[in-house]
Design a protein around this ligand. Structure first.
Ligand code: ZN
Length: 193
């Protein structure tokens, strides 16, 4: 697992997508969702399943099924809020990507068991074909761990978020003002003398 940077993809995604599509309170939810899958260790500690079981570590909480469930929940919550209704699709997609970022980060690190990506279809552990981040033998906590995570995970994420942010600004600069806003400007409801 990434000890320190599981939260980073959620923040990078938020920067790329922007607050117009995903309001900032959802950034906090996304950060929590990106970190939360490792709470499955509690299930192991409480003897609900064994470490490598479907409901053990990197089991159902690290899956496409869990991402879909959370996306549905986020979509329903956003749809229930009039101000967020129009953005509910973006919010649902953002939350599902935040969840999926967790097994993705776990998967590119070259240590630890693999994730049950296809739960609930089956709980078989599937490894990513490419696990380039060298963490074998590195202690779970400490400066060496932090340094490697910053180099191998933080730096690429920073580059992606900077590029995505720049691209979004370029696209927005090229778009005309929102029709609704232009309409309001043309026909203001309240004219003050
Ligand atoms: Zn994990």
């Amino acid at each position: 697992m990434a000890t320190y940077l599981h939260v980073a993809p959620a923040l990078a995604l938020a920067v790329v997508i922007g607050p117009q599509r995903v309001p900032w309170p959802w950034w906090l939810v996304g950060a929590l969702v990106a970190v939360a899958p490792d709470a499955d260790m509690l299930l192991v500690r409480w003897h609900i399943d064994v470490y490598g079981g479907t409901y053990g570590h990197r089991g159902f909480t690290h899956s496409l099924g869990m991402a879909a469930l959370l996306a549905c929940a986020a979509w329903l919550v956003a749809r229930a809020r009039p101000k967020q209704r129009a953005r509910s699709g973006w919010i649902a997609a953002y939350i599902s990507l935040c969840l999926l970022s967790h097994p993705l980060l776990d998967g590119v690190i070259n240590r630890g068991i693999c994730s049950a990506w296809l739960w609930p279809l089956h709980g078989e552990r599937l490894c990513l074909p490419w696990r380039p981040v060298p963490m074998a033998g590195v202690p779970l906590f400490g400066a060496e761990r932090l340094g490697r995570e910053l180099l191998w995970l933080g730096t690429p994420l920073l580059c992606v978020s900077a590029l995505g942010w720049g691209l979004r600004r370029l696209i927005m600069a090229g778009c005309p003002a929102e029709p609704k806003r232009r309409e309001t400007e043309r026909h203001p409801r309240h004219r003050h003398p």
